[in-house]
Design a protein. Structure first.
Length: 362
């Protein structure tokens, strides 16, 4: 018996996700927050008497109340997920599937297309203009196709770091007539959000995560904001206990310690800026301006740089061949001392590769 004969045909064409795990490296590859949780928060979390023999609150009531206070969206307009990855899949399960299509704007976050494949939804790419700018007219044009039910926008966009104009995003929400998912995973770093427009657009969903600014990537916690009716539709495809009790508690506490996180966010912005400036000093590098906590850049040879940096203990993300832009690397800052060491390593490699003159060395 060959079990492959029994599998859904479209599953056969999927590749399992997941990457290699490196130990003993400075992790700069996943846009995470490298700082430790605020002191009091760790203690409160460890000391909280959670009953792990019981199922979590299936409605995550207390967490939703905390998110409601933070975002200004009423609790019945909030859905929490096992990372925003799960929420992307839930949106596609609800509005996508066989015979439906989703518009995406590559280069962007890869999980949109991955979730489209898993749910049998067709992905319709509308590449960014010059690899960086939203092609609003083309997105609206493609969205007119009857099979399109969803448009996913990401701002600031991973991996380019570009913040799209609020007016353009709203134009798509207003004119498309489709579900518009606004992925704001990095909103805390740029200060722009469409959350305050949710009341005006029943088709608008804003997606956020605790993985980036709040440093909870390992606990898998994301949330979706929208009008109550839209959210209640997506809630139908949710697994009852999709967010575990420890993560629910961590999310509540993270928002309680918001002031500490705001300091970390400012520090991360400064560190990103410091690395950005250092990279732009290497003449052959093309470095893209960023509105987030990560930087996309193209060195003279991405493969060599990725390897050389790894040999020196720095893990950056090799983005492969990006649409329009080509082979690129992406990094997010580590702790300040690691970033200093990283910049030094960049100069050493650049010198060894004769990309900078000796006198240029700081
Ligand atoms: C744009 C974007 N959206 C969503 C995610 C996933 O976040 P989560 O950890 O909440 O699944 C990421 C993670 O890299 C991301 O860059």
């Amino acid at each position: 018996m060959d079990v492959a004969d029994l599998v859904r045909p479209d599953v056969l064409s999927l590749e399992p996700l997941g990457g290699k795990v490196y130990s003993e490296v400075v992790k700069m590859d996943a846009n995470e927050n490298p700082y430790a949780w605020p002191q009091g928060m760790r203690e409160e979390l460890e000391g909280s008497l959670l009953q792990f023999n019981r199922y979590p609150d299936p409605n995550a009531g207390e967490l939703k109340d905390a998110i409601s206070e933070y975002s200004g969206v009423p609790a019945d307009g909030i859905l929490v997920g096992n990372g925003s990855d799960e929420l992307i899949q839930m949106v596609l399960l609800t509005f996508g599937g066989e015979g439906k299509a989703v518009v995406v704007h590559p280069p962007t976050f890869g999980m949109y297309q991955a979730a489209a494949r898993v749910t049998g939804t067709k992905a319709l790419p509308v590449p960014l203009l010059n690899g960086l700018n939203l092609d609003v007219e083309r997105i609206l044009e493609r969205a007119q196709a009857p099979e399109v039910s969803i448009i996913i926008l990401c701002s600031p966009n991973n991996p380019t770091g570009t913040l799209f104009a609020r007016a353009d995003l709203l134009k798509i929400a207003a004119a498309s007539g489709k579900i518009v998912v606004m992925d704001e995973a990095y909103a805390e770093f740029c200060g722009q959000s469409l959350v305050d427009e949710i009341a005006n657009y029943p088709n608008l969903l804003v997606m956020r995560t605790f993985s980036k600014a709040f440093g909870l990537a390992g606990l898998r916690l994301g949330y979706l904001l929208g009008q109550a009716e839209t959210i209640s539709l997506i809630n139908r495809v949710r697994q009852p206990y999709n967010v575990n009790s420890f993560s629910q508690k961590a999310g509540i506490l993270a928002l309680k310690y918001l002031d500490h996180y705001l300091e970390q966010i400012e520090a991360l912005k400064r560190e990103t800026e410091k690395i950005y400036r250092a990279l732009t000093e290497i003449p052959v590098f093309k470095v893209y301006p960023t509105q987030s906590n990560f930087i996309l850049f193209q060195p003279d040879d991405a493969d060599v740089w990725h390897r050389e940096l790894l040999e020196r203990g720095f893990l950056v993300r090799h983005m492969g061949e990006l649409p329009v832009l080509g082979k690129s690397l992406r990094l997010s800052p580590g702790l300040p001392e690691d970033n200093e060491a990283f910049i030094k390593a960049v100069w050493e490699i650049a010198m060894a590769r004769k990309l900078v003159k000796l006198q240029a060395v700081r």
